[in-house]
Design a protein around this ligand. Structure first.
Ligand code: ADP
Ligand code: MG
Length: 248
């Protein structure tokens, strides 16, 4: 039997409240190097907030520990965390509309390239755009891109600094089934290149296709962790999504 890959990213009893609302409530998870880890749960469960707490963008935990490569990072600055190789995307396709495709990736590369000089790296830009299969004229404005191409660009902006771990917040949102398939192929290629990923996703077929393991959050708490097939059939998960009694 081969030993499991080491834990690269871990949340230990991480909590965050907004006033009286416990948005994330003693959540723990461990992500192993090289795996795709899924995060699911109903709207408002605390998934995006957990990403915020892992990356320090824009908030930190009230309590609990975040470890990246074994080191505690919950007190580190967002910039330090990005430079250390933990990068994220946001739930909205945050691209700079008036900038070109190339310029967007250039902005991405300015934010956290470990061990690299700050100067522009055209090769890294090309590699990142190739990885997401965003071809065509790199000088066209991002404003004209289709939804799937915006997502490709957003992922390229994160990949350009060669992260060790990439956190993706609902990458499949709004895509039709054909584009969802294209996204799954794209993300499996990125995994094949050795990037560890944590994927928040409402489109559960994406997690079924990609995730090695996953967790479900409900009211800020991790209620189940395991392989997708077992997690998605767990009565607690069915109930969290569909309401009490649904699992019976
Ligand atoms: P999810 O991503 O699972 O849909 P979120 O993490 O966005 O959920 O939100 C979890 C809960 O925390 C929600 O009730 C949301 O309204 C609340 N929340 C998130 N961010 C803030 C904030 N900055 N201020 C106040 N409440 C927030
Ligand atoms: Mg969210």
């Amino acid at each position: 039997m081969t030993a499991p890959a080491p834990v690269i990213l871990a949340a230990e009893e991480v909590s965050k409240s907004f006033g009286s609302l416990k948005a994330v409530d003693r959540a723990s998870m461990e992500v192993h190097r090289g795996e795709v880890f899924g995060l699911a749960g109903p709207n408002g469960a605390g998934k995006s907030t957990l990403f915020n707490l892992l990356t320090g963008i824009p908030i930190r935990p009230d309590s609990g520990t975040v470890r990246f490569g074994g080191e505690e990072i919950q007190h580190r600055s967002p910039r330090w965390i990005a430079k250390a190789g933990l990068k994220r995307t946001f739930q909205t396709e945050a691209v700079f509309e008036s900038l070109s495709v190339r310029e967007n990736v250039r902005v991405g590369s300015a934010y956290g390239s470990p061990g690299r000089p700050a100067r522009w790296n055209a090769t890294a830009c090309r590699t990142a755009l190739d990885a997401v299969e965003l071809g065509g004229d790199l000088d066209r404005p991002a404003a004209g891109l289709s939804l799937i191409d915006r997502k490709r660009l957003m992922i390229a902006c994160a990949l350009v600094s060669e992260p060790t771990v990439l956190l993706l917040d609902e990458p499949a949102a709004g895509l039709d089934p054909g584009d969802q398939e294209a996204l799954i192929r794209l993300l499996s290629r990125i995994r094949g290149a050795g990037v560890t990923m944590v994927i928040i996703e409402h489109v559960l077929s994406v997690l079924e296709a990609l995730a090695d393991r996953m967790a479900v959050l409900d009211s800020g708490q991790v209620i189940v962790t395991g392989e997708p097939a077992e997690v998605l059939n767990d009565p607690r998960v069915v109930e969290a999504y569909l309401g009490p009694g649904a699992a019976r």
